[in-house]
Design a protein around this ligand. Structure first.
Ligand code: PLP
Length: 418
């Protein structure tokens, strides 16, 4: 029999959202009359923008002609999209990115999960806590996480950087130097964004300590305030120490269509065992050309349409729509006496559970008493305990309805289960 990778056996039970789905299904069976409002999973609900649909149709029709047919494309992505990204996402912010440093993919999750393949098994990984689970789990699979402490909810080999109300959800620099630092800004799940000065501290730290920053900017389009960097490359020195991940999922509704990209500047380097510095870009290129045959042509044409003037307007409308929900949720929760964070530069609202309740108890209360589904903060890491995430990706109607239910439940600052 084949021997399995033992590291997979260390992964705790089921996935957070599977647990939630399970509980919601059980509730539905017991209470078929309750209309459930889902403000839990981070999937979008609005359809694809018309420009994207038009580009898809056109690209599909091209496939019916000998001249237009495309078979295998470049593993790194087509030049038309890589150029549109450099021009559309970076040049307007004063950042010059070589299209050759951009690698197109079928979404950020795969890139974020795969990138750790380039690091030695002994590399020390740091994550902010709470955190998007992919960073941790992919390093567990690679044998880099040590052992799991059930009680603490943490891995012995991973450096956790707590983000709580006490530090304004801004991670402190690690006490002990890690090799690789995952930063997600604007953050899922806390909804926090970092100012230029705060992010520059991380870049400076990474340069001084020879660390690599894996910067997840999947929610960049949701930044509303001035003074918040949209790309880590807006900061001095970042090109030497940072790789940036982006996604078409949340701005343009590509969660089902699938497209993302990673920027690996020529200048980002890591060390080999004998101390030589090695550029990461050729290694990522080697990895992708070996294991990946490219994002579909029609999808890349659809992504290109996002950068047309009309496409930009449509994406902006979608993002504005969700951010209206974020404002509705923020004010609804605040009026109900809850402590609320995020939702200003991100589609996520992070709230402190009332009355010192733990995250899963609050999940049960919201589901059983109000028919609202959210995500328990502890599912994102130990520092998420006592917090709860709601998302702005629902419809205006459902979001408003959920807030009415919360308002009718009374003032939560004095709330006790009963
Ligand atoms: N990064 C973060 C922080 C996310 O929350 C998500 C999706 O929820 C992703 C990446 C994945 O994006 P994609 O749909 O491009 O795989």
């Amino acid at each position: 029999m084949a021997r399995i990778n033992e590291e997979y056996l260390k992964l705790p039970g089921s996935y957070l959202f599977a647990d939630i789905a399970h509980k919601v299904e059980a509730f539905k069976r017991a209470h078929p009359e309750t209309e459930i409002i889902r403000l839990g999973i981070g999937d979008v609900t609005r359809p694809l923008p018309p420009s994207v649909i038009a580009a898809l149709h056109k690209a599909v029709d091209e496939q019916a002609t000998p001249e237009g047919f495309r078979g295998y494309g470049p593993e790194q992505g087509y030049a038309f999209l890589r150029e549109a990204i450099a021009e559309g996402d970076f040049a307007p912010r004063g950042v010059e990115i070589d299209p050759a440093d951009i690698f197109i993919s079928d979404g950020a999750k795969g890139d974020l999960g795969n990138f750790q393949e380039l690091f030695g098994r002994e590399s020390v990984i740091a994550v902010t806590d709470p955190v998007y689970p992919v960073y941790v789990d992919s390093n567990v699979m690679a044998g880099r996480a040590g052992t799991f402490d059930e009680k603490a909810g943490s891995w012995s080999g991973i450096v956790y950087l707590p983000c709580t109300a006490e530090n304004g959800f801004i991670p402190s620099l690690p006490a002990k130097r890690p090799d690789v630092i995952y930063l997600c800004l604007p953050n899922n799940p806390t909804g926090t964004a970092l100012s230029r000065a705060d992010l520059q501290r991380w870049v400076d730290y990474a340069r001084a300590n020879e660390c690599l920053i894996l910067f997840d900017a999947a929610y960049e389009a949701y930044i509303r305030e001035e003074g918040i960097p949209h790309s880590i490359y807006e900061l001095e020195g970042a090109r030497e120490v940072a790789v940036e991940f982006r996604s078409f999922s949340k701005p343009a509704g590509f969660t089902g269509l699938r497209c993302g990209y990673v920027v690996v500047p020529e200048t980002v380097r890591a060390r080999s065992a004998e101390g030589r510095t090695v550029a990461l870009k050729p290694l990522w290129n080697r990895r992708q050309t070996t294991k990946y045959n490219g994002c579909p042509y029609i999808v890349q044409r659809a992504a290109e349409a996002v950068y047309t003037p009309q496409g930009r307007r449509e994406v902006r409308e979608n993002v504005d729509y969700y951010m209206e929900n974020a404002a509705t949720i923020r004010s609804g929760l605040q009026e109900a006496g809850l402590e609320v964070y995020g939702g200003v530069n991100a589609p996520y609202i992070w709230l402190k559970t009332p009355g010192g309740m733990d995250s899963w108890t609050f999940f049960e209360v919201l589901l059983h008493e109000l028919g609202i589904v959210g995500t328990p903060g502890v599912g994102f890491g130990p520092s998420g305990e006592g917090y709860f995430r709601l998302t702005a990706f629902g419809s205006h109607e459902n979001t408003a309805k959920a807030m009415r239910r919360i308002a009718e439940a009374g003032h939560w600052s004095t709330w006790k289960k009963g």
